[in-house]
Ligand binder design. Structure first.
Ligand code: ANZ
Length: 849
């Protein structure tokens, strides 16, 4: 007797796995093909919740699947254990961030063991271990040598609450990604990684990922890099040495420029204002202060009134010598393009809004009523070779006057009022004007990117110390490689409360060092690195996590990397994935890896929601991972998650039935208990109908798993268990070989979702562990042939043909076959079918006129 005891089964198999460690990746001598399956490693902040339960359940499905398919699978786990959550928790509790971190990690490990995740437990890494972070420092030095790590003073995003700088990527809608505080700008000297050097490659290589990464992530990365193609144009400034350059995506509209705008917070604006009257200087100062309080988002918002200050200075249009008044206005950003624009109000909405607010002229240079057909315009020239005005429809154009309508003409058309450009299409006008500007030495084709360099300095304790030395004579030199790791000082006695400077600065002894070149006293850099540095290359460290001599082995990277299947949340669509892609390309350029993209395929799971919102501690709707498993058991939680819907969809936790999942598992287990045949039965002698169901599932499941349709596979397993039960109860009985065959297939496939139960079933079936290592059964093709029926085709009430068709044929297909049949065509003799009645799979009836 005895029922299905999820808890006992779980305990038993977790102990066996812990003892035998069966899921270690095979080493050098393993000749199987390889798969690297990786879940984004967790932050050890608090306990794991249902979002983790979901993500790591999917990871385990994929890892287990490839093992069954005969692959040598690498599926490691580690912790992204530096960062603000630990530091903030430590400050709140007055504790050591390390203690808090490692206590959480211990809890996580227990939870993953209790979940039955099939990790290679020999490869654990924690990024906060000196053995790990010394290689962040090594990486920093290599970037520094290549000119890819540099310091500069610039306005940075500053979170007044966390008292630290943030990368652009960590500012969401003008607020700190972590705490939601409004981010302000502050001028600081900081370390940057020069990711902009890789902008084109980061963008172009996204094409390779098309079809393997979610469309949404590719799109987000493209937008983030934000490449714009256009021209740089140099304008002279009256009373100013040299020229000022603007970036424009519409150099074709140069003749339509009627004023010039500089970002108020740019050096140029300050310089121009300084050369102006006292009154202008005062107005400019006031304006600058008010702009300093605005976020970039506010500044770019199109629906707020335009503001600005006329600087009483003039720019000179290089193409026609026109004087353009120069304004400082907040809609122009200091750190995009060159921080200055030529304003073309007729064809740019922002410029038009500004022109209307300050009564500036509007000059139309593109006739958007003129049709543009094809890429090559026909330009009529007069006898002196000047293009004849293509004849803009004056009335139609007048109706579109942007000065009156307030709507900028952004569409395609033909150039007008533009001298020798008149009549050209936009594309050709752009090519022509760039040539003309080049001839004048006043412009050239150019690109601009939204992407900024990656700011990596953080004024916090719990991170990788930046391995640089500031010498007494103001040089900045790297900590020599043989002095790495540069470990964190003891936290005892350090004040971690955020105050805008790094707590490491307070570690007086630690800060003192010597100049490696002169031996003179020198100071360390007190900042730590953004933790996204840690996660930008960790997938390589998993290949040899204990290596004391190098960050990773090129030879092992050749063997295992890139990651075949990467699984994690869409919240990492930009930051982590972009940085990892960048560092991978740098490592490629260093000759250390032979690939340029780190993650061959990417799966983003949906979120787990409770009452419609994302689970979080602050909302009080958090279901903790460990407690979720107590009652139904780990297997039921995993099955319920997999069954809840497509991987990429959100899961509404209140709709998820772990009870239903547990019942299903109990049913599967009972089938096995009821079997009376021995392992050596001859399957071919079993019930054919059940055999067909079994082999169909064996044949279909691999494709479904590869398409991450896990829910469909669970549904098919449920059908298989039901069919097996039916055969036991009403058909050939528990001794039928087909029943055993079905149960064995069930155990093997169920291992993907409910590994404890599957192992238990496998043992009851008379086999030695582990079902997790069993090779997928090859379906018998003769059992996959569709069953067929005879369909009849009538024409005007007379049977004209019979067809052998699959039982599961649909109406459209049946009608198509009937219409194409020779005998039917002969019976129709050219007459048209007026009505078709189709009843799949057996009847088609055509009526002619
Ligand atoms: C003249 C012009 C005429 C423009 C026209 C557009 C339309 P994207 O596509 O985002 O790259 N611009 C350049 N630098 C800027 C800055 N620092 N802050 C705000 N705006 C800036 O936009 C490029 C266009 O944005 C540039 O092309 C420039 O305006 C403006 F009919 O130049 B354009």
């Amino acid at each position: 007797g005895g029922g299905y005891d999820a808890y006992a089964i779980q305990q038993k198999w977790q102990a066996r796995w812990a003892e035998a460690d069966p899921f270690r990746a095979g080493g050098d001598t393993d000749t199987r093909p390889r798969k690297y399956v990786l879940g984004m490693f967790p932050y050890p902040s608090g306990d794991l919740h249902m979002g983790h339960a979901e993500s790591y359940a999917y990871v385990d499905v994929v890892a287990r699947f490839w093992r069954h398919r005969g692959y040598n699978v690498l599926n490691p786990i580690g912790w992204d254990s530096f960062g603000l959550p630990a530091e903030n928790a430590a400050i709140q509790r007055g504790a050591d961030p390390g203690e808090w971190t490692y206590a959480n990690i211990a809890q996580h490990k227990k939870s993953f063991r209790a979940y039955g995740s099939s990790y290679d437990w020999s490869r654990i890494l924690h990024t906060s271990d000196p053995e790990y972070y010394r290689w962040n420092q090594w990486l920093f030095q290599r970037l520094y040598e290549r000119g890819l790590a540099y310091r500069k003073e610039s306005p940075v995003n500053w979170c007044p609450n966390d008292q630290t700088v943030l990368a652009n990527e960590q500012v969401v809608d003008g607020r700190c990604e972590r705490c939601g505080t409004e981010v302000v700008k502050k001028k600081l000297t900081q370390w940057y990684f020069k990711i902009t050097d890789y902008a084109d490659r980061l963008l172009d290589d996204l094409n390779q990922l098309e079809g393997f990464w979610p469309q949404k992530v590719i799109r987000m990365q493209r937008n983030w890099i934000g490449r714009s193609v256009g021209a740089d144009i140099d304008f002279g400034i009256e009373g100013h040495e040299g020229t000022v350059t603007v970036f424009s995506t519409r150099p074709d509209t140069l003749h339509g420029a009627t004023f010039f705008v500089v970002a108020p917070d740019s050096d140029l604006a300050a310089e121009l204002a300084a050369g102006s009257s006292a009154e202008v200087r005062m107005r400019f100062q006031d304006y600058l202060e008010s702009v300093g309080r605005e976020t970039d988002i506010e500044r770019q918002s199109t629906d707020r009134p335009k503001t600005g200050v006329f600087l009483e200075r003039y720019a000179i249009n290089p193409i026609n010598g026109e004087r353009l008044p120069i304004w400082a206005a907040d809609y122009v950003l200091a750190d995009y393009g060159h921080g200055a624009v030529m304003a073309v109000p007729a064809h740019d909405q922002r410029d038009l809004d500004f022109a209307r607010a300050f009564d500036l002229p509007v000059k139309v240079v593109v006739d958007t009523t003129a049709p543009v057909t094809g890429a090559i315009p026909v330009i009529e020239l007069d006898e002196s070779g000047v293009p004849i005005d293509p004849g803009a429809d004056e009335a139609a154009l007048a109706a579109l006057d942007p000065a009156k309508t307030g709507i900028a003409l952004t569409g395609e058309g033909r150039m007008i009022n533009s001298g020798s450009l008149d009549g050209l299409s936009k594309r050709n006008a752009i090519a022509r004007i760039i040539d003309q500007l080049a001839a004048l030495g006043a412009g050239r084709a150019s690109k601009s990117y939204r992407l900024r360099d990656w700011l990596i300095s953080r004024q916090r304790f719990w991170g990788t110390p930046i391995p640089m030395i500031h010498t007494a004579d103001d040089r900045i030199v790297p900590v020599p490689d043989d002095q790495l790791p540069l470990t964190l000082p003891d936290v005892q006695g350090l004040d971690l409360t955020p105050k805008g400077t790094s707590p490491l600065g307070g570690a007086a002894e630690w800060m003192q060092t010597t100049d490696p070149e002169t031996g003179e006293p020198a100071l360390r850099d007190p900042d730590t690195m953004d933790t996204f540095v840690d996660s930008s290359w960790y997938f390589l460290r998993f290949l040899s996590p204990g290596d004391p001599d190098k960050a990773f082995s090129t030879q092992l990277a050749d063997r295992w990397a890139p990651v075949d299947s990467y699984i994690g949340g869409v919240e990492h669509a930009i930051l982590h994935l972009l940085y990892a892609r960048f560092i991978t390309k740098v490592l490629f350029d260093m000759g250390l890896v032979d690939f340029t993209e780190p993650f061959t395929s990417l799966v983003n799971q949906g979120m787990v929601l409770l009452s419609g919102s994302k689970m979080s501690k602050s909302k009080g709707n958090l279901v903790e991972f460990a407690s979720s498993m107590i009652d139904p058991g780990a297997d039921a939680v995993r099955v319920a998650i997999a069954f809840a819907g497509p991987v990429e969809d959100d899961i509404h936790w209140e709709d998820v039935s772990t009870t239903g999942a547990q019942k299903f598992l109990a049913r599967a287990w009972r089938v096995v208990k009821d079997i009376t045949s021995a392992p050596d039965v001859i399957w071919a002698e079993g019930d054919q109908a059940l055999r067909r169901v079994t082999h169909r599932v064996l044949a279909d499941a691999p494709g479904l798993i590869e398409q991450t349709k896990f829910n469909v596979v669970v549904a098919r397993l449920m059908e298989l268990v039901n069919a097996t039960r039916k055969t036991i109860d009403s058909g050939a009985g528990p001794a039928d070989p087909a029943v055993r065959e079905a149960a064995e297939a069930t155990a093997m496939i169920l291992d993907l979702f409910a590994p404890h139960t599957a192992e238990e079933m496998w043992e009851i079936l008379g086999y030695r562990p582990f079902v997790g290592l069993v090779t997928w059964r090859t379906p018998d093709p003769t059992l996959l042939v569709e069953e067929s029926v005879t369909a009849v085709v009538q024409v005007d009430g007379k049977v004209r043909a019979t067809l052998e068709v699959p039982t599961r044929i649909d109406g459209a297909e049946l009608e198509r076959i009937a219409r194409a049949d020779d005998r039917v065509l002969r019976a129709l003799a050219g007459r048209e079918i007026a009505r078709a009645v189709v009843r799949p799979p057996k009847v088609v009836s055509f009526t002619t006129r």
